[in-house]
Design a protein around this ligand. Structure first.
Ligand code: ADP
Ligand code: MG
Length: 385
């Protein structure tokens, strides 16, 4: 969708902002450009909508060299969101959002309907916020209006230059989550600039890590965190990259242990299967009902149902390992149950702390070798004594 071919930008004063850059962004993909200040991210972005012209190389949009496209027409295909949103202070939120539809020649009511629909889409109730002026909004709400306005012409491409950089961390995380969901619905091709590695990891399908004027690594977040391509990247993503990686590594089937299982309608057994200390309790459809301990089972008559404890610590398959770890801590649980949301909550197995650690190590090795996680064998050094 967007393709850079050996693009270099040298400013008149001799600064080489971008040096021989080649990469491609697929249709519907969200790519984050991340790197320290001054490494050429904004320059890269502004070359896509021709606010800046490259010195060498070319940029293709949908296979078409953009140097041959009229800039005004080009920008209609590309939404642009920046940190200083640049809303018109004397226009209402609805009028600001309707700017682009108006420019496209839509008549009053149609443009307003479109604007209201977009405000709704970014989580601002048009009947509450539509008639306000920008100064009557919080920073986070202004950024939402900026996103709504950029989407107004329904462009296939969105450029976002540190759009959430000026809002406080809590609001920023909220905006990030919403934008991620919005992207999953709209499937625009997005280039998203940030200097914040956490943001880059949270949002990107792939991340381009910039050094000075060059891309040091262009990979999915888990790979950048698990197998940094250069010492520069390792340094940039930080010493806690293992922890960050938990957020982008999903629970897989091969990570799960199969504990002893009993069913709710079974008579209470004197002993649990395998003489285990506890067992998972399922119903007739293999859905999770809870757990039972060996001493519960040994006590009295009746069915398993009578002695089943509720199980609060469970997650769907595919949830990030970080959430699994947080759930263990929250419920002070030595394991969590993993279910299949796709088949009505069928129980799949349990994840233990040891298996979680193993999953992380395995996925790192798998990314480095470019194989499936299940194919990786770990060599563990046993501690002496
Ligand atoms: P980033 O967005 O990653 O912070 P920029 O793309 O804005 O980086 O800038 C990359 C480099 O180009 C920096 O060294 C910056 O000082 C320089 N630069 C940016 N714009 C200009 C300009 N108009 N003239 C000269 N140098 C510039
Ligand atoms: Mg910048």
């Amino acid at each position: 969708m967007i393709r850079f071919e050996h693009v270099t930008k040298r400013y008149p004063d001799g600064t080489t902002a971008v040096d021989d850059l080649s990469f491609e962004v697929a249709e519907g993909e969200l790519v984050t450009l991340v790197g320290p200040s001054g490494c050429g991210k904004t320059t890269t972005m502004k070359m896509v909508n021709r606010l800046i012209e490259p010195t060498e190389g070319r940029i293709l949009l949908d296979g078409e060299d953009i140097s041959g496209i009229d800039p005004v027409k080009l920008r209609r295909r590309i939404g642009y969101v920046i940190q200083q949103v640049g809303l018109f202070p004397h226009k209402t939120v609805l009028e600001n959002t309707a700017t682009v539809p108006h420019l496209l020649g839509w008549k009053g009511a149609k443009a307003k309907d479109r604007a209201a629909e977009l405000l709704d889409l970014v989580g601002l109730d048009p009947s509450v916020y539509g008639d306000r002026y920008p100064e009557q909004l919080s920073g986070g709400q202004r950024q939402r209006v900026g996103v709504a306005r950029a989407l107004a012409a329904d462009p296939p491409v969105l450029l976002m230059d540190e759009p959430f950089g000026a809002v406080d961390p809590v609001v920023r995380e909220h905006l990030q989550n919403e934008f991620r969901k919005l992207h999953q619905t709209l499937r625009k091709t997005v280039l998203f600039v940030t200097h914040d590695i956490e943001e880059a990891v949270r949002l990107g399908d792939r991340i381009a890590v910039y050094g000075a004027g060059r891309i040091e690594q262009f990979d999915p977040p888990a790979t950048v965190l698990g197998a940094p391509a250069t010492p520069y990247v390792a340094d940039f993503v930080g010493a806690d990259r293992g922890l960050k990686r938990l957020s982008v590594t999903p629970i897989e089937l091969s990570d799960l242990d199969q504990p002893p299982v009993v069913h709710v309608d079974d008579p209470l057994p004197a002993r649990l299967p395998d003489d285990a200390r506890w067992a998972v309790v399922l119903d007739a459809d293999d859905e999770l009902r809870g757990w039972i301990s060996a001493s519960d089972a040994a006590r009295g008559s009746g069915t398993v149902r009578d002695r089943t404890h509720r199980m609060e610590a469970w997650l769907p398959l595919g949830a990030p390992l970080r959430q699994a770890f947080a759930t263990m801590l929250q419920h002070d649980a030595g394991w969590i149950a993993v279910i299949d949301e796709k088949s009505a909550g069928r129980f799949l197995g349990v994840l233990t702390p040891a298996r979680l650690h193993e999953a992380l190590r395995r996925s790192t090795a798998a990314d480095a070798a470019d194989v499936d996680r299940a194919e990786v064998t770990l060599h563990t050094v046993n501690t002496p004594g």
